[in-house]
Design a protein around this ligand. Structure first.
Ligand code: SDX
Length: 423
């Protein structure tokens, strides 16, 4: 079929024909790669209308509130799969067979320990350091210990690094928490599932084993699923860009963790709970909704809005259901924070400003309430997001390398000084 083209007509120039690329779903893309040859650039700060790559991992339809991982809707994965199923799906393109699941689970379970010298690195941090600061540092430091899997052009090295990162992220995260409260780190156990092992490392002590509740473990597993990937979000784009230089996987993931930390991105779950605590009482909700609408006020309703979703974030729906399950399990149905969140959600969804700007609750709006109910401290919320997002980051890093991508190097619209002499 004849290739569709977009023709650019600029006064005084010959028409420029740009190919239109079609994906399997979603918007078509105008291929602007030839623009520079015509002395032109596209201009799109924040990449609002830019496809930075071609990908087959995740598809989002912001208007329909659709999120697919390798074609599977997130709601179905959250209900029928567990987190390691989703890790396998993102990394290898399909849900694992029973045999593949057994082998994958064995590999991940048996790589959860970290080098004892890396454990000593935690001692270098202040006790009151934010766990994301520690995680950014120790994730990058993995490159100092695993020289045997740093050749990014070696497919087996890429796979080993992927396994190590998925296995070790919960261990590093729990160690960051234990260090911050002055408790000894707790070694992982091979007889626990992925989420249960994380809860064990977070809450067991040498004096008392934490009893993992299946309901809570399932809730944490589902939270990891809901955070596993989200196409070209800021932190994933950071990982892909870092990877395009040939940087090793551990350095790329450390870059992704650093990008995720921002309150506009992965830091929002921590910011949601801080915001609800600052509002303090349902009687003050209207005051804060007014602040969020006031252009002169930098305050935004954390957990609301999204670059892509202009309807309800499908993950928020599952997160809300999980929230109800956890609070019921823990007998916290009347948790004031949850009641305030539900009142705030209702008011915002009925408010003209939020309706017109299509601002809906996103994945972060309810996750913080669940994590707080489980006993995860607020400053660990974004760390939880980083654990969940690790397979997504790695899947995109591998895809970028498999595509033999060129180094990412955007240009700019220069509006600075024209040439001038010092003397
Ligand atoms: C995540 O990209 C991803 O996929 C991210 C993520 C993932 O899984 O990787 O989904 C995870 O980061 C979720 C988002 C978490 N962040 C927050 O909850 C922080 C609060 N939300 C906002 O900061 C904002 O909505 C963003 C950052 C999420 C989206 O920003 P955009 O797309 O740049 O939207 P915008 O800032 O251009 O907002 C459009 C309008 C603006 O008003 P106008 O300038 O058009 O008049 O809506 C307003 C904004 O002022 N607006 C808000 C608002 N979010 C946007 N007003 C009040 N409260 C808000 N939360």
């Amino acid at each position: 079929m004849a290739e569709k083209v977009a023709t650019l007509h600029i006064e005084g120039r010959d028409p420029i024909e740009l190919p239109i690329l079609e994906g399997s779903m979603g918007p078509s893309a105008i291929d602007v790669r030839s623009l520079l040859a015509h002395g032109l650039l596209s201009f799109d700060p924040g990449f609002m209308s830019t496809a930075s790559c071609e990908s087959q991992i995740t598809f989002i339809d912001g208007d329909k509130g659709l999120l697919l991982h390798r074609g599977y809707p997130i709601e179905q994965l959250a209900e029928h799969s567990d987190y390691l199923d989703v890790c396998h799906l993102l990394l290898y393109g399909d849900l694992p067979t029973a045999e593949q699941k057994k082998s994958f689970e064995h590999i991940i379970t048996h790589h959860t320990m970290i080098h004892e010298q890396l454990a000593e690195m935690f001692q270098a941090f202040r006790r009151d350091a934010h766990p994301m600061a520690i995680l950014t540092g120790v994730a990058g430091a993995l490159a100092a210990f695993y020289h045997d899997s740093l050749d990014v052009n070696n497919e087996r090295h890429r796979e080993i690094a992927a396994h190590r990162l998925i296995s070790k992220m919960p261990t590093l995260a729990a160690m960051a928490y234990k260090y911050s409260i002055g408790q000894p780190s707790i070694y992982p156990r091979n007889d626990l599932g992925y989420a249960g092992n994380f809860l064990h490392m977070m809450f067991s002590t040498p004096a008392a084993e934490y009893k993992v509740s299946p309901v809570i473990a399932r809730a944490v597993d589902r939270i990891f699923i809901l955070h596993a990937d989200h196409e070209q979000n800021a932190s994933t784009s950071t990982v892909r860009l870092a990877g395009s230089t040939g940087s090793n996987p551990f350095a790329c993931i450390a870059a992704g963790i650093a990008a995720l930390w921002g309150p506009a991105h992965g830091g929002a779950n921590e910011a949601v709970v801080s915001m609800l605590e600052e509002i303090g009482d349902e009687s003050r909700i209207d005051e804060y909704v007014a602040k969020a609408k006031d252009k002169s006020d930098p305050f935004r309703l954390m957990g609301f809005g999204h670059r892509v979703y202009k309807s309800y974030d499908p993950r928020a729906k599952v997160m809300k259901q999980t929230c109800d399950e956890v609070l019921t399990e823990l007998g916290l149905q009347d948790e004031p924070l949850l009641k305030m969140a539900m009142k705030l959600e209702k008011i915002a969804l009925e408010d003209e400003y939020f309706i017109k700007k299509k601002l809906y609750p996103n994945v972060d709006f309810y996750s913080g309430i669940i994590l707080k109910a489980i006993g995860i401290p607020t400053e660990m919320f974004t760390v939880m997001f980083a654990i969940g997002r690790t397979p997504g980051w790695i899947a995109h890093w591998k895809e970028m390398l498999d595509q033999k991508s060129r180094i990412s190097r955007p240009r700019q619209l220069y509006s600075g000084k024209t040439p001038r002499d010092v003397k």
